[in-house]
Design a binder for this molecule. Structure first.
Ligand SMILES: Cc1cc2nc3c(=O)[nH]c(=O)nc-3n(C[C@H](O)[C@H](O)[C@H](O)COP(=O)(O)OP(=O)(O)OC[C@H]3O[C@@H](n4cnc5c(N)ncnc54)[C@H](O)[C@@H]3O)c2cc1C
Length: 588
């Protein structure tokens, strides 16, 4: 059953009409990234998603991965190996990697778009190359010449894959508690011993070698998170011998069943230090912006598919008559899309998916500008946006991606709950994205505790200045006023937070609603921007008329839906910690 079509019009509209992504071709190093080139690559990625990855998604979920305790090897679901071969041969692993390492050096923004399609069609599959990209970024930034020359070309070519080995049974969020050890050896390498859990792609049959990036502690390491170092531990050593880094079993889990989630035992495995001793967390953080944004994109991709499925269903399924008179008089009933309550669910999905896409790709555009722009001041402004928006994109897109799938399922009635339709799988697959790569609660604390105070509040100032620039082009006074109201409510709440943040618990108590306020405010401005763009002379004629009028009407609905919630969220933040912290443990 084919249930996903790449939303080409929506992608083009956001990328080239709203965000003017064609500006990337003017940046040094991105000269090839013209609109034509980007569109051609997106069209190729659409074929990969629809023809290669989508057809193996349902069976991959049913079949899952299997573990053989004798060989300690893992087999991925049927078709995954062949699909990975196609992915590799298509050069998709090399898309945004640096040319020095064999990459194509194309914008991160383009990679995000491709990631969206991959996640829309098969999230489990996308996990394998997804983790490799994190390893590539980390080695490019922190690996020495030896590690870069031996490992980067193979990772970039997709011949080998990478993992991130952080979590241990006693620690996930608080990595200062890790106990995996690294003992220095005379030849300059290290012996790594310890157990990591829930390691994505820790063992699999897609490639011959798996490159683990492992957090461990040196013998003389300081206590806590200041004493963590990062090591590269290959499954197969450069001389061809097997390194004792074995899979001890697979997790049985709620979703992404085609993605191998492994216990990994390091039994004095040979490793190489990446970056400086005790600075492992810093190394990990450099790859986190891209990785966290990527997880946000997972939520978006799943929500897009769920929206397509539920929209198609609502146009086909006949139940009851429209309250304003039959819309399908020849049939025995009208399609359920006539009913206000079904429309409520569909329209909520539409404003979230299309608004969140604009927010995510705006952040991706700034990620590229922050790396490549010739002007240092512009690089810094873009870096400010990326730093501030990363936890917001990760948390909001995964929270709302999941809720969006839930709206889709509900709008389909019992059919949505059955495995005859893909939405129940999308919901199960998407649930984890709110947890890994730092839970969404931790994203909110990152926003409030790190990003807002950073550089004396400069990140938020840059953010509001960017919103002002966008708003200056909005001629619709209703949209303009609505956006001003969102911004005013957010700024008022930030002012309250600043005068109360001396008590860290007060700030932490309001972190989650505050993150949501940032997201909704950003979407408010983007919906005004999209509605404005849809009326531009150079845009009319490029798209179906209904595509454009749909943007304008959806913008109106966005404000109706979320304006009141902004006030509720502001009240939640300003209620502070009192009622949260009032109960003793025994009173729960
Ligand atoms: C399918 C899957 C794949 C994964 N892939 C990988 C992987 O490839 N590599 C890897 O290293 N790990 C991986 N993980 C682990 C994942 O990153 C962790 O589950 C996640 O970081 C949360 O850690 P935890 O589960 O130990 O939760 P805990 O840290 O125990 O947290 C439990 C709850 O307490 C909250 N909490 C904790 N501390 C605080 C605090 N200071 N303030 C407020 N709230 C707090 C959390 O938000 C959460 O709600 C994976 C997990 C799963 C399930």
């Amino acid at each position: 059953m084919s249930h996903y079509k790449t939303p080409i019009d929506n992608l083009n509209f956001v990328l080239f009409d709203v965000l003017n992504a064609a500006q990337l071709a003017q940046l040094p190093g991105f000269e090839d990234a013209t609109e034509d080139m980007l569109q051609a690559i997106i069209a190729e990625a659409a074929k990969l998603a629809e023809n290669v990855l989508l057809p193996i998604n349902h069976d991959g979920d049913q079949q899952g991965c299997t573990y053989d305790p004798q060989s300690k090897l893992v087999t991925t679901p049927k078709g995954f190996k062949e699909a990975y071969q196609t992915y590799k041969e298509g050069g998709w692993s090399a898309l945004s990697a640096k040319p020095e390492a064999g990459g194509q050096g194309l914008p991160h923004l383009l990679k995000m778009v491709v990631d969206e399609m991959v996640c829309s069609s098969n999230l489990s599959f996308g996990m394998y190359p997804g983790l490799s990209h994190g390893a590539i970024d980390c080695l490019t930034e922190h690996g020495d010449d030896y590690l870069q020359s031996v490992y980067l070309p193979k990772l970039v070519a997709g011949e080998w894959t990478g993992t991130m080995c952080l979590t241990e049974p006693q620690c996930g969020t608080d990595l200062g508690l890790i106990t995996t050890k690294a003992i220095p050896v005379a030849d300059g390498t290290y012996e790594i011993s310890g157990t990591k859990i829930w390691i994505t792609g820790g063992e699999q049959d897609l490639v011959d070698n798996i490159i683990h990036l492992v957090l461990a502690k040196l013998p003389d390491a300081p206590e806590g998170s200041r004493g963590i170092s990062l090591f590269l531990v290959p499954k197969v050593l450069p001389d061809g011998t097997r390194n004792p880094a074995f899979c001890g079993g697979l997790e049985h889990k709620m979703g992404i069943k085609g993605s191998a989630t492994c216990v990994m035992n390091f039994e004095n495995a040979k490793g190489w230090l990446v970056g400086e001793p005790n600075k492992g967390l810093k190394c990990m953080f450099t790859m986190m912006n891209a990785s966290r944004i990527m997880v946000g994109i997972q939520g978006l991709g799943l929500a897009e598919t769920a929206y397509q499925v539920s929209l198609g269903f609502a146009k086909d399924r006949l139940q009851s008559r429209s309250l304003s008179g039959p819309s399908n008089p020849q049939g025995k009933a009208d399609p359920i899309i006539v009913h206000p309550d079904v429309r409520r669910m569909l329209l909520r999905q539409k404003v979230i998916v299309e608004g969140a896409r604009a927010m995510a790709y705006w952040t991706g555009l700034h990620l590229d500008i922050s790396h490549a722009h010739a002007d240092e001041a512009q690089r810094q402004r873009s870096e400010d946006i990326v730093q501030l928006m990363t936890p917001i994109v990760k948390a909001f897109l995964t929270d709302e991606g999941y809720s969006s799938c839930d709206q889709a399922l509900q709008s389909m009635g019992g059919a949505g709950f059955t495995q005859d339709w893909p939405v129940e799988q999308l919901m199960r697959d998407g649930r984890i994205a709110r947890i890994y790569e730092g839970t969404n609660g931790i994203q909110a604390l990152d926003l409030v505790g790190r990003k807002l105070p950073m550089h004396g509040g400069r990140l938020a100032r840059t953010y509001f200045a960017e919103l002002e620039t966008m708003l200056s082009g909005i001629t619709d006074s209703t949209h303009q006023n609505a956006c001003r109201q969102f911004i005013k409510t957010l700024q008022g709440t930030l002012a309250w937070l600043m005068s109360n943040a001396k008590d860290a618990e007060q700030a932490a108590a309001g972190a989650t609603p505050l993150l949501r306020m940032f997201a909704l405010t950003t979407l408010a401005v983007f919906w005004a921007h999209m509605a404005q763009t849809s009326r531009q002379a150079n845009v009319i004629g490029k798209y179906r008329p209904e595509f454009l009028t749909g943007k304008q009407k959806a913008a109106d609905h966005f404000y109706r839906l979320f304006q009141a919630e902004m006030s509720t969220l502001a009240a939640d933040v300003q209620a502070g910690k009192e009622s949260l912290m009032a109960l003793s443990e025994a009173e729960f």
